[in-house]
Design a protein around this ligand. Structure first.
Ligand code: DNO
Length: 358
């Protein structure tokens, strides 16, 4: 595996490349052209400028998170083929710039959903949290307003104000889309892009839906072992792969994370590793990465990744806000750096134990 950190670009991120470079073991960043709209073409020049900026700080781009998929592609409506054309050209340009991993999602309307961005914990840190009761009592159009005040002046992925201003219209667009239709549209998209992925060896890595159940009655198709394996089989090409996100699949306590990892051998191209602490099955918060702070056995997650021979980028995921840092919720420097150090430690222990036959 390669330890990495997500970075949103110098205009958007409170964390600098210079800081990231000092986290032990991190030489790669996971980044994006954050200003690009879904469906827009990424030029080679823009990609190269980003690459040069990262290289000037002594690092490299280990993957893109995300090249976002447009609503026309997700809903299979007018403009889909045009947007797929742009997606293909973008992948070609990434490939020519020697970038071979792309994370994306196929979630309707909202990317990941949390109901609190700054829940205070006993130790004074604040974390992202979710309660089903809060979602159930909320008008989806008010979702953005209800959390916008806690974004610390940042633009959160999937929660861009321009996008949120169109929430009502977006709901309308998805009104005839059920799980099967959404799945079909995803397969259509993947089949269209596989040739360029093969030509440039670009590994597509779908991010699971978060939380792993339907919110506001919207369809959800990447939430468990059964449906991720169905997708792997529907487009049976190594370039159709997975971002294994423990914090997203883990929102459903019925998902056995190490077992899921083992079932996806050869198809996990990217891993997001974080812990959750469940107060009840309907109320969870994003704990520190440490096993004992949350509900998951992080050792077993890392061991499963090690055992299947996972060799892609891994990144600590949402961190707590600690030590007075003011940053994008979940994406501060300090707790993610602690997460990286912890995951590195687990990996080293698992690797050495295995090499020594322990
Ligand atoms: C949240 C992230 C997601 C993820 C996208 C991938 O913090 O994990 O926004 O990047 O779903 O396209």
């Amino acid at each position: 595996m390669e330890m990495t950190l997500r970075w949103y670009g110098s205009q958007y991120d409170t964390v600098t490349l210079e800081q990231i470079r000092q986290i032990p073991g991190v030489k790669g960043v996971i980044t994006t052209l954050y200003y690009k709209q879904p469906g827009e073409l990424w030029t080679r020049e823009e990609i190269r400028a980003l690459k040069d900026e990262v290289a000037a700080a002594g690092m490299h781009i280990a993957g893109i998170e995300s090249v976002n998929v447009s609503d026309a592609i997700k809903t299979g409506s007018e403009g889909r083929d045009h947007d797929i054309e742009n997606y293909i050209k973008t992948l070609e340009n990434l490939g020519k710039e020697d970038i071979h991993l792309v994370c994306y999602n196929f979630m309707p309307v909202f990317d990941w959903t949390r109901t609190e961005l700054a829940r205070k914990r006993e130790d004074g840190s604040t974390v992202l949290a979710y309660t089903q009761a809060a979602v159930d009592s909320l008008n989806p159009e008010k979702m953005f307003d209800s959390i916008a005040g806690d974004m610390n002046g940042t633009v959160m992925p999937g929660w861009e104000p321009e996008r949120m201003a169109r929430v009502k219209e977006l709901f309308e667009t998805y009104k005839d889309i059920d799980n099967e239709k959404l799945f079909e549209n995803l397969v259509y998209f993947l089949k269209a892009i596989m040739p360029v992925c093969n030509e440039y060896d670009i590994k597509m890595a779908i991010h699971p839906d978060d939380p792993a159940w339907s919110v506001f009655g919207l369809p959800r198709i990447i939430i468990n072992k059964e449906n991720i394996l169905r997708l792997m089989n529907a487009v049976d090409d190594v370039h159709n792969g997975v971002t294994f996100c423990s914090g997203s699949y883990g929102t459903n306590l019925n998902n056995n994370l190490p077992e899921m990892i083992r079932s996806l051998k050869g198809r996990i191209h990217f891993a997001h590793v974080r812990n959750l602490k469940f107060n009840s099955p309907d109320d969870f918060e994003e704990a520190a990465h440490l096993s004992s702070d949350g509900t998951f056995d992080m050792y077993e997650i890392i061991k499963a990744l090690y055992d299947i021979g996972f060799d892609g980028p891994i990144r600590p995921d949402h961190g707590r806000m600690i030590w007075g840092e003011v940053a994008m919720p979940g994406y501060g420097l300090y707790d993610r750096a602690l997460g990286a150090a912890y995951i590195n430690g687990l990996w080293e222990a698992v690797e050495k134990a295995s090499e020594r036959g322990i």
